[in-house]
Design a protein around this ligand. Structure first.
Ligand code: NAP
Length: 273
């Protein structure tokens, strides 16, 4: 392996493997392949229905569990007091032990955010996760989370060159919290972009490596999903080169507010604060 993702942001390995929409043996085999290639950070969620398969991979991959970093997320349907804790108990049963990072997957209605953050904290105090964090929180919600839970570890959000997330990144920087980039290659949509292709040609690297390098070089964790061995190798191969300031800002200028891949109905009208 040319380069290993030894870099961490706030204790979170800078490059991880996403597991949506993997299922069954495909999921277990892909996670084991990634670990064998040097991945130490795996991202799953209750919503993906694959925590058991991820757990099976962790158990049989040959790397000690304390060398691996596993994130899972509480499904929105479990956000209320009646279901939150039982759902996390099921998750850690399936994963074979406590998570390294447990996230609120999607923000509940505004009036329930503080109560949900308190439920998250209770899971950490009960030893079911080492760290806690949030996902898909806006700047305002992130400030609220950090005020309620000073040890909130990250905000996992859609982050790639086609989506302008500079406001959210600035809010996270001000709070001293890393973002974790989901859909970091925009599910392949950014590979055709002319600016990215020109920079890729200059560096003699595929566009995917340029995009992932642009993400981690600004202190953002990336969790690309791939089932292909050569893509998994390539996605890790971003720690031995740098983009210059001009290249970084050219890529940062591509994004727009309408570049979102994932926009569920329950976030309608809620992204802009
Ligand atoms: N918190 C949330 O709400 C949330 C939402 C969405 C996703 N996520 C997490 O983020 C992870 C990643 O996001 P995502 O799966 O939506 O999008 P993504 O990682 O941007 O895109 C995945 C797609 O990109 C392709 N790809 C990956 N590396 C490549 C490479 N080097 N060259 C060419 N193609 C490549 C993969 O195809 P191949 O298999 O052919 O390589 C796959 O089709 C998910 O798996 C999940 O764990 C979280």
């Amino acid at each position: 392996m040319k380069s290993r993702p030894v870099l961490e942001f706030n204790g979170i390995p800078a490059l991880g493997l996403g597991t949506y929409p993997l299922s069954g043996l495909d999921c277990t085999d892909t996670v084991k392949m990634a670990v064998a290639l040097g991945y130490r950070h795996i991202d799953t969620a209750q919503m993906y229905g694959n925590e058991r398969e991820v757990g099976a991979a962790l158990k049989t991959c040959g790397i000690a569990r304390d060398q691996l970093f596993v994130t899972t997320k509480v499904d929105p349907s479990n956000n209320g007091k009646a279901r939150f804790s039982d759902s996390v108990k099921r998750s850690i049963d399936d994963l074979g032990g406590p998570a390294d990072l447990l996230l609120i997957h999607w923000p509940p209605p505004d009036a329930e955010i503080d109560a949900t953050l308190d439920l998250l904290k209770a899971e950490q105090l009960a030893g079911r996760t080492r760290r806690i964090g949030v996902s898909n929180f806006t700047s305002r919600m992130l400030r609220q989370a950090a005020a309620r839970l000073p040890d909130v570890a990250c905000n996992q959000v859609e982050f790639h060159p086609l989506l302008d997330q500079r406001g959210l990144k600035q809010a996270a920087d001000e709070l001293g919290l890393p973002l974790v980039a989901y859909s970091p290659v925009a599910r392949g949509r950014c590979f055709q972009n002319a600016v990215i292709r020109a920079i890729a040609e200059k560096h003699k690297r595929p566009p995917s490596e340029i995009v992932l390098r642009w993400i981690v070089q600004q202190g953002v964790v990336a969790i690309p999903m791939t089932t292909k061995r050569d893509h998994a190798v390539s996605n890790l191969n971003i720690f031995d080169f740098e983009l210059n300031a001009e290249e970084m800002s050219a890529i940062s200028g591509i994004g727009s507010a309408s570049g979102r891949t994932i926009n569920p109905s329950w976030m309608s009208g809620r992204w802009h604060d």
